[in-house]
Design a protein around this ligand. Structure first.
Ligand code: ADP
Ligand code: MG
Length: 706
């Protein structure tokens, strides 16, 4: 921060033309408290005032125009609510009307005949003549005109501000006033000179000046690039810095060699050839566990991409070096499933595993599990997330794998946990891919791995979108599949307004399905959130064992169940589901060798967004592509964890639109951190100071100036 930065800290009401009342509105409406804050209130578009139009050239499809001429006549017409003010405006090539329906008395006193004005607005045809209502209008001789002949910034404003004369133009005027007050010396450059040079960035002062008072289109582009770059760059610097700090603070356990367990498993028990993606991820983890640094790695991989085997082999790396490992699953059912599956895979290679979940009640039984763990007799403990908080003591825990399906909360918790002394390595696995840009931003301080390849031989799930009127065809299709020995899920949405309503929705569905698929030929299970978990398990089990052919359910089946024989997923009122959820649900089928289907049922009336969701599902099964579309539709804000990262506070940059700039900024930040992890080189000093200031100033948002 420069010694002159105080001027940017001046309260906004001190700016000429603002004063206490408008100042108050600025603070309340826009959180603009100081000159510096105003500088960071960016326009969202520009209007072109570089051209003068002639009235004679205006045609019905002419966009916004700027005209120069005189007013020849002023009239008010109508009474009370319908009053309007009409001014005849002539530029020598033609005549048109300018009209006002509001602020009439003010305009009446402002407008004078036989005086030259610049007028800006959108002409419309009315009674065979062009007119502009509520144009921007200014005296040509007005001194401030020196700024006018150019592209003009349009600012976000609010109704309340507009009432105080602070519409976009008002803000624009305040901005001009501000730039008369400040000089380039008031704005500190916060990027190192070499960076500015290497990436050919516009300087900070120039960027701010051109974003608000641009000279031309090209300079706007450069200014926007520079400021977006800056937004992204500082987020990335903070992420990478916190990674450096974690690495400095914690040593990571060393797993020096792969031994009998890992290699024994690999050579004799591996049930299939690993995919290239699985191999790559294992190599990445191996590298971490050889480095002496602490690993906090996020593994993203779609449902069915084969994360479990990676988790297991990661644990074996730890065990080979005499450490224990644990695997945490989001639900008891899943923990149980992992326990059984992993037990089978390990066979008799001599790794001891144990299961610890809430439903293991007997005191003695639990104590036994705890004891074996403390003595180091258990190699891998499998349980639910509760293990994190539980008082479970390990002898020497070296690796924690967290399988969290589609929840993001645990990554956060893992970070907390990592704050303990000498933490174990952590691998968080998630089945909800998020776009790379978002991962970089939200999880930029973690190591990130991706399994972007499904095991071979999978038949891609075929997805169809049916309108409700095709229900009879749907039933026929279901009968055909069931006749082939397959099973069918039918999922109903949680409407959320009331549980009873949801339940009724499901009950009605269940009844109509039971009618269409009558006993004794067909058997139908039902599972929903209000059932006792023992009843739920019982119904699930019946379906799993093939006693029932159809499972009618709410989204409770989203997480977990693995029924390879189920090949049809019908999603009712599919328009009510988000893309991520639709994708998760679809992932329930396609687990066996058979061709699987997902059928999205909706009514005819669909919002364009819902249509995009349906089309996306029909077009692709790639979770990353789906996540990309999802982020574009909903913005990044719906993802948990995005708040902390500051990406929602970025003033200009938008990770859904500016991904190229993000990648460039990420590279730039990585380069600097790689060469100078602690920012000790003189040329990085100001950067370091700026980052420190950002951190300590709690009011300081990303991208805030000063
Ligand atoms: P997820 O990533 O959803 O946890 P899983 O680990 O449950 O996926 O794997 C899904 C299925 O694919 C399992 O039946 C698993 O045995 C199988 N699988 C995993 N990796 C491979 C592979 N490389 N080749 C063949 N099948 C695999
Ligand atoms: Mg899994």
């Amino acid at each position: 921060m420069s010694y002159r930065s105080h001027i940017l800290d001046s309260p906004i009401e001190y700016l000429k033309g603002i004063g206490p009342k408008r100042g108050e509105s600025f603070k309340k409406e826009l959180e603009v408290f100081t000159f510096g804050d105003l500088l960071a209130h960016f326009p969202f578009r520009y209007v072109d005032k570089t051209q003068l139009y002639r009235i004679a050239d205006i045609s019905p499809d002419t966009p916004h125009v700027q005209l120069r001429g005189v007013i020849t006549n002023i009239q008010t017409a109508g009474a009370q609510r319908t009053t309007r003010l009409t001014a005849s405006f002539s530029d020598g090539t033609g005549i048109m009307d300018l009209t006002w329906f509001k602020g009439i008395s003010y305009m009446k006193s402002y407008l004078k005949t036989n005086t030259e004005y610049l007028v800006y607005g959108k002409p419309r045809m009315f009674r065979n003549q062009f007119s502009i209502s509520h144009p921007d209008i200014e005296l040509v001789e007005d001194k401030k005109m020196q700024f006018e002949n150019r592209l003009e910034a349009v600012y976000p404003s609010t109704e309340k501000l507009k009432n105080k004369g602070l519409d976009s133009r008002g803000i624009h005027k305040a901005m001009k006033m501000l730039f008369e007050k400040i000089t380039p010396r008031d704005v500190t450059e916060n990027l190192p000179p070499s960076l500015i040079q290497n990436y050919q960035l516009m300087g900070r002062w120039d960027a701010l000046k051109n974003i608000h008072l641009p000279e031309n289109e090209q300079l706007i582009q450069q200014a926007q690039f520079r400021l977006k770059f800056e937004d992204f760059f500082f987020i990335q610097m903070r992420m990478l810095q916190s990674k450096v700090q974690r690495m400095d603070k914690y040593k990571g356990y060393l797993f020096p060699e792969l031994g009998e367990y890992f290699l024994g498993f690999f050579n004799t028990r591996l049930p299939f050839e690993l995919t290239n993606a699985q191999k790559r991820v294992l190599r990445e983890i191996r590298r971490d566990t050889l480095s002496g640094r602490h690993m906090n790695r996020l593994l993203q991989g779609d449902v069915g991409s084969g994360k479990t085997i990676v988790a297991l082999m990661t644990c074996l790396m730890a065990i080979d070096s005499g450490f224990q490992a644990c695997i945490m699953a989001p639900t008891e059912i899943l923990a149980q499933q992992h326990y059984e599956g992993i037990g089978k895979m390990l066979g008799d290679i001599g790794v001891s595993i144990d299961l610890l979940v809430g439903s293991i009640k007997g005191k003695k039984l639990r104590r036994n599990i705890h004891e074996k763990l403390e003595l180091g007799m258990t190699d891998i403990l499998i349980g639910t997330h509760a293990l994190i908080e539980d008082t479970v003591k390990f002898k020497n825990l070296g690796m924690v794998v967290i399988d969290e399906q589609h929840r993001f909360g645990v990554a956060q918790r893992a970070r907390l946990w990592a704050k303990n002394v000498q933490p174990p390595h952590i691998l968080v696995m998630t089945a909800t891919p998020i776009p790379r840009t978002l991962a970089m931003t939200v999880y930029g301080d973690l190591e990130v791995s991706v399994i972007d390849e499904l095991p071979p031989g999978r038949k891609a799930i075929k997805t169809f979108h049916f309108f409700d009127s095709k229900r009879l065809q749907l039933f026929q299709f279901m009968r055909d599949e069931i006749a082939k020995g397959r099973q069918v899920y039918i999922v109903y949405p949680l409407i959320g307004e009331s549980e009873t309503l949801d339940y009724k929705n499901l009950e009605d569905g269940y009844e109509s399905i039971s009618r269409a698929f009558p006993l004794p030929e067909y058997k139908v299970s039902i599972v929903h959130g209000q059932m006792h978990s023992s009843d739920k398990d019982f119904e699930m089990q019946r379906f799993k064992e093939g006693e029932t052919q159809i499972l009618v359910a709410t989204t409770v089946i989203e997480v977990g169940v693995d029924v390879p024989n189920a090949s049809v997923m019908v999603i009712e009122s599919a328009e009510r589901f988000g893309l991520a959820q639709l994708h998760q649900l679809r992932g329930r089928v396609g687990r066996g060798g058979e061709q699987s289907y997902c059928i999205l049922m909706t009514g005819y009336k669909l919002s364009s967004e819902a249509r995009t969701r349906m089309n996306t599902m029909v077009e692709t099964t790639d979770g990353f592509k789906i996540a990309e579309v999802d982020m574009k539709l909903r913005g990044p804000g719906d993802l948990r964890g995005t708040q902390q990262s500051g990406i929602l506070n970025m003033k200009l940059a938008d990770i859904t639109k500016d991904s190229k700039i993000l990648y460039i900024a990420r590279d730039a930040a990585s380069e600097i951190v790689q060469e100078d992890p602690h920012l000790e080189k003189p040329e990085n000093h100001s950067l370091k100071r700026y980052l420190k200031a950002m951190e300590s100033d709690t009011r300081m948002e990303w991208g805030r100036i000063s």
